[in-house]
Design a protein around this ligand. Structure first.
Ligand code: HEC
Ligand code: HEC
Length: 370
């Protein structure tokens, strides 16, 4: 007689996957974002500590850059105001990885700004809020010819974020999105103008003071400012469509057949099968694995590379995996909903990749279940 003291395998798997998601996202927020520490404990006013907890994981301990762009460069510090730094921290860059730090007080943000200033000997510059008037139509043409190659055809930024070591050396720093509402709310016209005139030495951002005339620079600034009117179109893909943490479909086949079908469907969808194993293999003693819970790992290396370049944090839920479990003579195919995970990361590009991943999961499951 079969003994079922293994409890319910399907809910076991669910718990396992849920626990995994919880643990992974917990560490993601703790290690990668470092947000938890002083929002939970006493209010910290020390800029150095706040910077280490909230920023260093992405921008480097001394502002040398990483997932986030460098903050220590003299060319950057010379041309940005404290007001810009303050607002950038407060508003973040929605959809571009850089989080908004609503949970920090003004005092705390000012303390972080002071810490960033210690990375360089530059004096903080102050800008007037005077609007720059220019010919938007001309600006659009100039943008296409001088800026779009890096900042994207519509100013929506380069692919990926921060400093990405996998891309060519001369463009290791990804151009930020200039259409981003967080950027537009933080940067004054004068700041954008100075940045365009003098560039950022030490990054790919060139100086245009010798290449363009002042009226052309002003036209560019007016064009960049005009992006503000599209701010309503910023959408959060992940939060809109991903309600369920898990995709769960009942299989029309036996466990063995289902695994076989998924293997075939995975390969049919141009993925490489990495391995098939029992879910608790390597966790329990050899030979005592639960044979009613099988996990299938698969991957498309090109897509993996693309995804990693967009956001290294996808390592948390890649390679792709589907689990097949048998419970009371019913077989289920279960996967983590990637879109649900990506909604935690403030990266619109990652949302798109994960929406694709979700579609792939669904089509593989459908194919396997025909
Ligand atoms: C999860 C990673 C991440 C964290 C955490 C993070 N940043 Fe960023 N930050 C980025 C990225 C990526 C960008 C570039 C945005 C883009 O590409 O549009 C950025 C941009 C910035 C900019 C704009 C730089 C410029 O060129 O104008 C500033 C300033 C900044 N971050 C400061 C901070 C500070 C201060 C903290 C901590 C309070 C912080 N960031 C936390 C990823 C991060
Ligand atoms: C060769 C690539 C390249 C070109 C061409 C280029 N940029 Fe940049 N730009 C960058 C990079 C990379 C950064 C980020 C620099 C850093 O890390 O501080 C940047 C930063 C900026 C910033 C600051 C944005 C922020 O979030 O801090 C502005 C404004 C800007 N560029 C405007 C322009 C304009 C206007 C043009 C065209 C006239 C232009 N750029 C052309 C690569 C480029």
């Amino acid at each position: 007689m079969k003994k079922y003291f293994n409890r319910d395998p399907a809910s076991n798997t669910l718990q396992y996957e849920m626990a995994r998601i919880i643990v992974l996202t917990f560490f993601a927020s703790l290690i990668v974002l470092g947000l938890v520490i002083d929002s939970v404990f006493a209010v910290n006013k020390n800029g150095d500590t706040l910077y280490q907890n909230h920023c260093s994981a992405c921008h480097g301990e001394r502002g040398s850059g990483g997932v986030g762009i460098p903050l220590a460069l003299k060319s950057f510090q010379d041309k940005v105001s404290n007001d810009y730094l303050f607002k950038t921290i407060r508003f973040g860059r929605p959809g571009r990885v850089m989080p908004a730090f609503d949970q920090l007080s003004d005092t705390q943000i000012n303390a972080i700004v002071k810490t960033i200033r210690k990375f360089s000997t530059s004096k903080a510059i102050k800008y007037s809020n005077k609007t720059i008037v220019g010919n938007i139509k001309l600006g659009k043409i100039l943008f296409k010819n001088n800026c779009a190659s890096c900042h994207g055809p519509n100013g929506s930024g380069g692919k990926g974020t921060g400093v990405t070591f996998s891309r060519p050396r001369n463009s290791a720093i990804v151009a930020p999105a200039l259409t981003n509402i967080g950027f537009l709310k933080s940067a004054s016209d004068q700041l954008i103008k100075q940045t365009t005139l003098f560039g950022r030495k030490g990054t790919p951002m060139p100086a245009f003071s010798k290449k363009l005339k002042i009226n052309e620079i002003d036209a560019l600034i007016a064009y960049i400012r005009s992006f503000e009117k599209y701010k309503g179109t910023i959408k959060k893909v992940g939060s809109k469509t991903a309600q369920d943490a898990i995709i769960k479909v009942k299989s029309n086949y036996s466990l063995k057949e289902t695994v076989k079908n998924i293997k075939r469907a995975v390969q049919g969808a141009n993925f490489k099968l990495i391995r098939v194993q029992y879910l608790n293999q390597g966790i329990v003693k050899k030979g005592t694995e639960n044979k009613k819970q099988v996990i299938i790992y698969f991957c498309n290396f090109l897509q993996l590379n693309t995804a990693l370049a967009i956001d290294p944090r996808v390592g948390l839920f890649l390679p792709c995996r589907l689990t097949v479990v048998e419970q009371a003579n019913k077989v289920y195919i279960i996967g983590i909903n990637p879109l649900r995970l990506s909604s935690l990361f403030n990266n619109e590009e990652l949302d798109n990749v994960c929406a694709e991943m979700r579609k792939t999961y669904l089509s593989i499951i459908e194919e396997a279940n025909l």
